[in-house]
Design a protein around this ligand. Sequence first.
Ligand code: COA
Length: 168
Amino acid sequence: MSGFEIVDAKEAHLPGVVAIFNHAVRETFSIWSETETTLELRKAWLAARTGSGFPVIVAVDPAQPNDVLGYGSFGVFRDFPGYVKTVEHSVYVAPTAQRRGIGRAILSELVVQAQAKSLAAMVGGIDSTNAGSIALHEQAGFEIQGNLKGVGRKFGKTLDLVFMVKAL
Ligand SMILES: CC(C)(COP(=O)(O)OP(=O)(O)OC[C@H]1O[C@@H](n2cnc3c(N)ncnc32)[C@H](O)[C@@H]1OP(=O)(O)O)[C@@H](O)C(=O)NCCC(=O)NCCS
């Protein structure tokens, strides 16, 4: 669909990123935290990611270029040299902008950028009940390669983590 474009995130986008992140914290199991983030924390995250050469991208409406419809990024998977060719990514879309192809476009752009860096694999860690995200990743060529049972906890529930991997 049209009506949005994917661009590199700037500080002006961070209030939108904070809003999407905190909605996910409050209302979903997609982020395993019950603590909301802040603009300062997201500024530090953006600086750390981009300073390490990792992408942070946002989907915006060209008519309202600071209004964030969704965002995505990837970074270190596990911090040991042997994992240097593998990254862990995330993708989030504002509740009011879901099912318009934005998640698919963000994930596709992250794959393109990972391939351009000659990386070997992308890993997504997904709550096992997040059927939408699992379907999105399957469509993008990711496959389930692990199901870690009982490794998470939120809102008093014990959670399972699915690892979905795409070989690049
Ligand atoms: C998961 C998420 C990123 C999907 O983004 P989106 O922009 O809504 O998804 P898209 O419109 O690009 O959908 C692409 C495909 O993914 C699948 N999909 C997306 N949302 C789905 C849902 N709620 N239920 C079932 N399938 C879904 C479908 O196959 C869809 O293709 P289709 O619309 O042609 O059927 C979004 O719902 C989201 O941000 N959710 C909350 C946070 C989250 O779960 N993030 C992922 C953490 S791992």
